[in-house]
Design a protein around this ligand. Structure first.
Ligand code: ASP
Length: 442
């Protein structure tokens, strides 16, 4: 067995957390490759080292100046020193910090600055575990235009990994062809972990964080929701409103193409099984639905035109109006002579009149009506396909909860039902659906 393990910032925020991680790794000899994030928050008002690095580097390019940079760099160094001393390691990062300072002064770039969080944590982790350290700059490759070079990376990285038994590869960054450091977007260590798992044909990619997996519903809406045991990649995509903060969206792709499962685990509760994210499974989910997720703050633009259904190209012209203003749409249910486009309200607001006049100009509709303050809720489950009456149960639960349904959209995959309600009904709607499927287990 070969397992790739990625640990998030909260799992590595202090020496105490490092010790938990060390125990998790030594408990299972199959955990050969480790991908660490930078130290995260130790308590809620604390700062993540990545944020400290961005702020520290901003002094070089902005107002603060070198004196402020040095003060902030000293605070960052203190975070690492605390970890090194707490682990009783004989490691010194003095030379590393000297080099980092020199490179900051030379304006090595904000990506370089941010990447040092993972780089230094990787050095400590390798020393603590007695694993080899592989600088991600040597094995994670970007193209000159900044796009991730998946094929080159896979080639270079898999060759490198063949030569070592156990290694630490810091997350979040790699390098451009000229050697300049480049990072993924925030939370990108998840992507590195997935890339490493692909390159070494891992049996599983374990992603260790501070929750015991994905929850069936948002804990801010449902008290103590249950954990999802198994979810498919497609279900997870449909629930993308939910995963925010647990797993970077782009982390799915490298492992997905190799059929490697992801297991979300909790560093603070390692005996919990967590959530398995798999390509396909014959395991029935415990309930008809796998999860419920939603978000407030949408607008609907309802476009009417007589004989719309017979007009070739109408939909394209309407969507052109959104595209020209740089607005992406979320859903687009349609009727015979109506078409509704759902967009994010905050993105749309400033450009609303521009879009409306563009629709008139391009598609010549009869009327356009805009409605604001809507919420979308996705009810997702592979189990829905084989169960009759799921939609019926959802809508009778909503009616009992006095929630008015404004929009319904079910894809032909039968994997999800999307429901539009007023923002004010959002919580009541989620509660009603959770109760009927999970609490009452219907
Ligand atoms: N340290 C980086 C961040 O805070 C990357 C990561 O943790 O995945 O975004």
């Amino acid at each position: 067995m070969n397992k790739v393990v990625k640990f998030g910032g909260s799992s590595l925020a202090s020496a105490e957390q490092f010790k938990k991680v060390g125990k998790i790794i030594s408990d299972d000899k199959d955990r050969h490759f480790v991908v660490p994030s930078a130290p995260g928050k130790r308590f809620s008002k604390d700062k993540k080292v990545t944020d400290m690095l961005y702020s520290c580097y901003a002094n070089v390019t902005g107002k603060g100046g070198l004196e402020k940079m040095d003060a902030e760099l000293a605070d960052i160094k203190a975070r690492y020193t605390e970890i090194i001393e707490g682990l009783s390691l004989k490691l010194s990062l003095d030379d590393e910090f000297k080099t980092i300072r020199e490179n900051f002064v030379k304006k090595a770039g904000k990506d370089y600055a941010a990447s040092r969080g993972e780089y230094l944590n990787g050095i400590i982790m390798a020393d603590y575990l007695g694993y080899e350290f592989i600088d991600a700059a040597e094995v994670i490759k970007f193209k000159a235009d900044g796009e991730f070079d998946s094929e080159l990376t896979n080639k270079v990285l898999s060759e490198k990994l063949k030569t070592c038994v156990n290694a630490v590869i810091p997350g979040f960054y790699g390098s451009l062809p000229d050697g300049t450091i480049k990072t993924f977007s925030r939370g990108g260590s998840d992507i590195t972990g997935s890339i490493v798992a692909r390159a070494c044909h891992a049996d599983v990619y374990e992603n260790w964080t501070d929750v015991s997996g994905f929850l069936i519903a948002d804990p801010r809406v449902i008290e103590n929701p249950e954990v999802i045991e198994t979810i498919t990649y497609r279900e997870l995509r449909e629930l993308s409103y939910m995963g925010a903060g647990v797993l970077h969206e782009d982390a799915i792709f490298p492992v997905r193409r190799e059929g490697i499962p992801i297991n979300i685990r909790n560093t603070n509760s390692p005996s919990d099984g967590g959530t398995w994210i798999v390509e396909s499974t014959c395991q029935k989910s415990k309930y008809t639905i796998t999860g419920i997720a939603g978000r407030k703050g949408f607008c609907s633009i309802n476009i009417e035109k007589d004989m719309m259904n017979a007009e070739v190209g109408f939909g394209r012209k309407v969507l052109q109006a959104f595209e020209d203003s740089g607005i992406s749409f979320e859903h687009m249910p349609s009727g015979i002579d109506t078409m509704t486009v759902f967009v994010h309200q905050d993105e749309f607001m400033d450009k609303e009149q521009q879009v409306v006049s563009a629709i008139h100009r391009l598609a010549d509709p009869d009327t356009i009506e805009i409605e604001a303050d809507l919420a979308l809720i996705a009810v997702v489950g592979r189990g829905m396909k084989s169960t009759r009456g799921t939609a019926g149960r959802i809508f009778s639960a909503l009616a009992h909860a006095d929630v008015n349904v404004k929009m319904i959209d079910q894809g032909s995959s039968e994997l999800n039902i999307i429901i539009g309600v007023d923002n004010k009904d959002f919580e009541a709607a989620i509660k009603a659906i959770y109760d009927i499927f999970v609490v009452a287990r219907l």
